[in-house]
Design a protein around this ligand. Structure first.
Ligand code: ZN
Length: 601
């Protein structure tokens, strides 16, 4: 193994930064709308329903007014995907088609790799091995038989990189070991197991059809393995690892994302096999959770990409309940939710194999209902509505559901529907619904109050800043945009900013201009290293200030900054004077105070 440099030359980094438009890169993850000179969208770093995340194409920076996240195109990927700086540079280099010549390829390891990077490389290698075994080797024969029985096409196998883990204990172990991967790290990555008896390593997946699971960028980070025999469990998934977090991952997202964004609609399935089957049927905006209930984090990822979500779950009792639960998470996240219709007892994959692609598209996806309509249909099940008692129970159940709807027009719509269907008085229904609503509200009051205080805590508005701090912030904002102003500040107050972070930013800025750079906030923050400084500098660069800085304004800021330590000292002396018993001493202090006050300007 050759050792490669772990440093990318600065000019290369700069070239990659300049070639990567921040609006385009962020648009891969966040739906942005143009608003004046900025773009705004829902912040990917905290949950919100109204956009406070803003991206400036001029400055090539992003900043969230809600949670304070901010930085340039590299920081965005580092923060969003948990990448190292080098990983973010590599990703953008690839995107911009810029070669990093003396950089090692993906699938060998070097001692300088982070464990996460090593794990991703190993998964990539494993996915290639399994795919090769399935498509090209004798050992993959059983897998191929199973695949053709299931009716997966060549395109599906390629698109989803389906593979086969041979029925051996050491197929992957041998390859990983030959390539220099630490086998213990591979155990932590959930690719291998380790025997207690002799500490030897073995393949975790054997004799299974293998489905790679990717992160949002298309890196393989885990596998789902389906048995082709009667072995239990039927599906064996990778365990949680430093690169694989089930609660954050949506299967198929990087493949479906372009279409999801284009149509502003995502179809959410319960399993990856459903995603693959639906893709084969022409529904190519599908994603799936990975054997766990939908989480708020996943709902946020979906909301960033889509406005409408169609839930396409199994039509058994568990599937229906899961659909209600998911709707309860997606709606508060700001999604419009619909529920696809499927005959009792089928899952999407069964349905497509039984009825074909065209009917899946028109009768299942195309006939999706609103959540309320779906609930009404569900509540009806097994009830004989000719029977008066059962009918009344049904109506009460529906009224209870209507009471949970937030919008008056929606409530009105379903109340009318109910009144029409059972020839009831609309007013009477409204009254009854309101009573139910009141009872529900009293019951919920306590728990929702608790929730609200929690929310408030995390979104505390910025405190009003003292004048000298504001002056420092505005002055730095001007200095970042204008070399001449920076020069004048350096000449007069040097680094005498009162807030430590401001002092540090000023020092970096003087050094940056000293190297002959022109004002460029995105390039400037590249050199800051410290995450807190990056955030603060970004926020300052994004402040909306007068581009023209009047002479007087500039002088005012500098005076505020210079006077602050003197004012602090005067306050101290005044306190001293108050406590001084000896009148002569007190008079001396007063004279000193007066002198100091004269020095203020
Ligand atoms: Zn935020």
């Amino acid at each position: 193994m050759t050792r490669m440099s772990n440093r990318i030359p600065d000019e290369k980094v700069e070239l990659i930064r300049r070639s990567s438009d921040i609006v385009e890169v962020i648009s891969d993850h966040v739906q942005l709308k143009k608003q004046g000179r900025q773009y705004t969208g829902l912040c990917p770093f905290h949950g919100e329903n109204t956009p406070s995340f803003s991206v400036s194409p001029d400055k090539q920076l992003y900043h969230c007014f809600g949670c304070g996240a901010g930085g340039n195109v590299f920081s965005f990927l580092m923060e969003l995907e948990g990448l190292s700086f080098i990983e973010s540079v590599k990703q953008l280099a690839e995107r911009a088609n810029i070669e990093l010549p003396d950089f090692r390829s993906n699938e060998t390891v070097s001692s300088s790799d982070s464990p996460q990077e090593t794990m991703r490389s190993a998964h990539e290698l494993a996915a290639k091995l399994y795919h090769h075994v399935l498509t090209l080797t004798e050992q993959g024969g059983q897998g191929r038989d199973y695949i053709s029985e299931r009716g997966f096409s060549r395109e599906q196998i390629e698109q989803f990189q389906i593979g086969f883990a041979p029925d051996r204990w050491d197929a992957l172990t041998t390859i990983l070991s030959k390539r220099g991967f630490s086998l213990d790290v591979m155990v932590a990555a959930s690719l291998l197991g380790k025997r207690d008896s002799d500490g030897g390593h073995y393949d975790r997946f054997r004799n299974r059809l293998m489905f790679p699971i990717w992160d949002g960028q298309g890196n393989v980070i885990a596998f789902g393995g389906r048995t082709i025999t009667d072995e239990k469990p039927k599906y064996l998934n990778s365990s949680e690892s430093p690169v694989f977090h089930k609660s954050k991952t949506l299967y198929g997202l990087h493949l479906a994302r372009p279409l999801i964004r284009k149509e502003a609609t995502a179809v959410l399935f319960e399993g990856y096999v459903d995603v693959i089957a639906a893709w084969g049927a022409g529904v190519k905006n599908g994603v799936a959770t990975l054997g766990t209930a939908l989480t708020e984090e996943q709902a946020r990822v979906i909301r960033r990409n889509a406005e409408t979500v169609i839930l396409c779950y199994d039509s058994d009792k568990a599937g229906i309940e899961a659909a209600f639960r998911s709707a309860g998470i997606l709606e508060p996240a700001g999604c419009t939710v619909k529920v696809a219709q499927m005959p009792e007892g089928l899952d999407p994959d069964d349905y497509i194999r039984t009825y074909g692609a065209a009917r899946f598209v028109s009768d299942v996806i195309g006939a999706s209902l609103t959540v309320m309509a779906f609930k009404m249909r569900y509540l009806r099940k097994g009830k004989n509505l000719q029977n008066e008692a059962e009918r009344m129970r049904y109506i009460e159940d529906v009224l209870a559901e209507i009471s949970t709807l937030n919008r008056a027009v929606e409530r009105d719509h379903y109340l009318r529907q109910l009144a029409d269907e059972f020839s009831l008085s609309l007013d009477a229904l409204k009254q009854e619904q309101f009573q139910i609503f009141r009872a529900q509200r009293n019951k919920l009051k306590h728990s929702s109050e608790q929730k609200r205080t929690q929310v408030r805590k995390s979104f505390e508005p910025k405190k009003l800043l003292p004048a000298y701090q504001n002056a420092e912030r505005l002055l730095l904002a001007h200095m970042m945009r204008d070399v001449e102003i920076a020069d004048r500040v350096q000449g007069r107050i040097g680094g005498a900013f009162n807030v430590d972070d401001h002092q540090a930013i000023a020092a970096y800025l003087f050094a940056y201009y000293g190297e002959g750079h022109l004002p460029n906030p995105s390039q400037f923050i590249q050199g800051l290293q410290d995450e807190k400084l990056v955030r603060i500098a970004t926020e300052l660069a994004m402040l909306s200030i007068n581009e023209e800085c009047e002479e007087q304004e500039l002088l005012d800021y500098m005076r505020q900054i210079e006077n602050y330590p003197k004012r602090v000292e005067i306050k101290q002396k005044e306190l001293e004077m108050k406590h001084e018993q000896d009148p002569v001493e007190a008079a001396k202090i007063l004279m000193k105070i007066n002198r100091m006050k004269q020095e203020l300007h």
